[in-house]
Design a protein around this ligand. Structure first.
Ligand code: G6P
Ligand code: MN
Length: 445
């Protein structure tokens, strides 16, 4: 079975390859094709993978190419994990937004819109090529902003594109753990959009145990989201929000913390990753050691400003192990071998959330089998959540429309309608600022 990874020179590729190495079963991936625009990144990552595979018999064969069509032909699965504009682009997304006093996070608010505007045209081109060159392939989209990008691709690939994120899984796992339950035995009632969802219940042996957690301030304050949002707020909500909702519920504090930070997340990662790629190419250095060190530092500093604002302290050691490669592998196995499972995924709504139309991509638990991902019925969103979800989906639709038409006015509308952008004038200046720094936005007229 052939797996093609777009963004194959990316830093997270060894996580995926490491997960593949643990899979020994019949029907596993035997061939991995890495595609990237940048040869030298491919070289560095290939060196890491070689070291990972060195002690494993029958490790999946790895090849690398800069030819997209060649990479796609014959693929059974395509992982799309690209970063249009690179980390320099991410740092610029943050800088331009912060200069206007709004959030520049890569998936939330103005930053997410800017990143979406330059990523959607590229993702659509990929989707079209997949439809033409590998019509039977399944596309698993990792590219952020994952919900929006998956929706853009679904217009060309239908339900053969599925978006993934590890944050709902991590959240469910943490809640199950504080309740003393086995995460694999819990049913997590989670719904929303990517990076904009809530756990409204967690059933163990058929009983909702979330009320027990909400009623116990000690337990509630003992894990990441309890510290990030504060126990009082979680009790008021009656739900546990995805960590990215911190940017909505504590927006001012988040903007201030980012403005005061020595470096934004994007700028930090840009410099950190540049050092890694430099090191990983050197013949006298173990590329795998360099990667491991870099990854540990990246995970330890994840959402550091948000945790600092909330006084949440260091991350729990248990939360450091990532996990999205596990979601990707479980998803691929379920489809390729009909190993039926339930995963929280980004798929078309169909009739799941009544406040959205059938084609809107949402993030909900899905049953996955050889026929793909099937969203399960969930309780309706409460009013406050439905309001945010509808507002943000409307913004995503403006981004998709702007990417399709090239209309600058539509791009302004996308920014202006976002709940975290507080003035149409700010939206106009953001479009001005972003088009100046991003060559990928030259199509907006
Ligand atoms: C979480 C999010 C991902 C994001 C990742 C890395 O897992 O769900 O969407 O890509 O964090 O964030 P970072 O700030 O390290 O790039
Ligand atoms: Mn994510």
């Amino acid at each position: 079975m052939k797996l093609t990874i777009l963004g194959g020179g990316g830093f997270r590729v060894p996580l995926v390859y490491g997960a593949l190495l643990t899979d020994r079963a019949e029907g596993r991936v035997t061939e991995v094709v890495l595609h990237d625009l940048d040869d030298s990144r491919l070289y560095a990552v290939t060196r890491v993978l070689e070291e990972q595979a060195s002690a494993v018999a029958d490790a999946p064969r790895v090849t690398a190419t800069t030819d997209l069509d060649e990479a796609l032909r014959g693929a059974d699965f395509v992982f799309s994990a690209i970063r249009v504009g690179g980390l320099e682009g991410r740092a610029n997304d943050e800088r331009v937004a912060l200069a206007e006093g709004v959030l520049g996070q890569e998936t939330v608010g103005a930053g997410g819109i800017a990143y979406g505007l330059r990523t959607v045209p590229v993702a659509v081109d990929i989707a079209r090529r997949v439809a033409r060159l590998a019509p039977d392939a399944w596309v698993i989209n990792f590219t952020n902003p994952a919900g929006l990008v998956t929706e853009a691709m679904s217009r060309h690939l239908g339900d053969r594109v599925i978006g993934i994120c590890d944050s709902p899984v991590g959240l469910g796992r943490r809640i199950a753990r504080v309740l003393g339950a086995d995460p694999n035995e819990a049913w997590i009632d989670y719904a929303g959009l990517n990076h904009l969802g809530w756990v409204r219940g967690l059933r163990i042996a058929g009983r909702d145990e979330l009320p027990r957690l909400l009623a116990d301030p000690g337990l509630l304050g003992s894990f990441e989201e309890g510290k990030l949002f504060g126990t009082d707020w979680l009790r008021s909500l009656g739900a546990i929000p995805n960590e990215y909702l911190h940017y909505y519920y504590f927006s001012r504090e988040a903007v201030r913390a980012y403005q005061q930070a020595e470096q934004t997340r994007g700028a930090f990662l840009r410099d950190q990753q540049a050092r890694f790629y430099e090191e990983a190419r050197r013949a006298d250095v173990s590329a795998l050691d360099a990667w491991d060190r870099t990854r540990a530092e990246r995970e330890a500093t994840y959402m550091a400003e948000a945790r600092e604002t909330a006084g949440a302290g260091e991350r729990d050691a248990d939360d450091l192990s990532g996990g999205y490669e596990k979601v990707a592998l479980a998803l691929m196995r379920a489809i390729a071998r009909d190993e039926r499972t339930t995963l929280i995924l980004n798929v078309r709504n169909q009739g799941t959330l009544s406040v959205l139309d059938p084609d809107a991509v949402i993030e909900v638990p899905c049953l996955v089998d050889a026929n793909g991902a099937h969203p399960v019925a969930v309780d309706p969103l409460p009013g406050h959540a439905a309001g945010l979800v509808c507002a943000v989906k409307a913004v995503e639709r403006e981004v998709l429309a702007a990417a399709e038409s090239g209309s600058r006015a539509t791009a302004v509308k996308a920014f202006a309608l976002h709940p975290l952008v507080d003035s149409v004038n700010v939206a106009r200046r953001l479009v001005e600022g972003y088009t100046q720094v991003h060559p990928g936005l030259a199509y907006l007229e």
